[in-house]
Design a protein. Structure first.
Length: 280
């Protein structure tokens, strides 16, 4: 029995050491970004993995003024906020309609939405530029929000669709008997019950939209008044020069808010995704 316990303890210790090493491996990029954000460009080029000999905190103040950080942050925040709110609203309503009225047309709409999830974004980039230009959406705030709404709907509808099936239809029928109209039934009865999956949809889309670079560069284009943080950071990468010291400081400033947001709400991702499967 003692030998068995020793073997078990040894295996447990091995697993703990492996987990620690794996954790350090995943944290190494954060170490490189944080340490190099307070180095001079010369020190980064000499040894990017070393600890800073002199902390250049002025990198952050230089980035603040160089990219007009308050405006870029405001643009990213407003675009993310409006896009996520519309995605949650429209995708939840669409999923509710598809689940509660399983007609052939609704089934076809759901199939098209799911099919859109497997289409690579790169294959529609040129068409996206043409369509947004034709509809005068390029370089406009509502244009980038509309694009995020369109690209964010498929996955969001899929998540809401699975969760709505777990909502007891008897609650809706009782509300209708009391005289509630369809909109009142949805917003007062159904939507509050969707909060676990709604939070999951909010987190996933916020992470995507906040960090996205490709869609803003295609839709926003040269409109500097709408420059987001990912676009602003690319200012430090020119054809012949790359200001790694300022770029990494800007990267830290850009990812810090979204990391805090994710860490504070990460538990809801698993709860929201698994809630539907457990109830079903």
């Amino acid at each position: 029995m003692s030998s068995h316990n020793q073997t078990y303890q040894a295996r447990l210790l091995t697993l703990e050491i492996a987990a620690i090493l794996l954790g350090l491996l995943f944290l190494s990029p954060f170490y490189l970004v944080l340490t190099n954000s307070v180095k001079s460009l010369k020190e980064i080029l000499i040894d990017a993995a070393s600890f800073p000999q002199i902390f250049h905190w002025d990198n952050y103040s230089s980035v603040w003024s160089a990219i007009n950080f308050p405006q870029a942050f405001s643009n990213s925040f407003l675009i993310t906020l409006f896009s996520v709110v519309l995605i949650v609203l429209f995708s939840s309503m669409a999923a509710y309609q598809i689940v509660r009225k399983p007609t052939r047309f609704n089934a076809l709409v759901f199939l098209l939405l799911i099919s859109a999830m497997i289409i690579p974004f790169q294959s529609i980039m040129l068409q996206l530029v043409r369509v947004t230009s034709l509809l005068e959406l390029r370089g406009e705030f509502y244009g980038i929000v509309a694009c995020y709404l369109g690209f964010g709907m498929p996955l969001s509808v899929f998540l809401f669709h699975g969760f709505i099936k777990t909502v007891p239809i008897e609650l809706e029928e009782a509300a209708k008997v009391d005289g509630s109209n369809p909109y009142s039934v949805f917003f007062r009865i159904v939507f509050p019950l969707l909060m676990p999956i709604a939070v999951t949809v909010i987190i996933l889309n916020t992470l995507w939209i906040w960090n996205d670079y490709l869609l803003p560069v295609l839709v926003i284009g040269g409109n500097k008044d709408l420059t987001t943080l990912p676009l602003a950071v690319t200012k430090f990468f020119g054809q012949y020069t790359k200001k790694w010291d300022l770029a990494l400081a800007g990267l830290v400033m850009a990812i810090t808010p979204i990391i805090i947001f994710f860490l504070s709400l990460q538990k809801y991702i698993v709860e929201g995704v698994t809630a539907g499967s457990v109830k079903g």
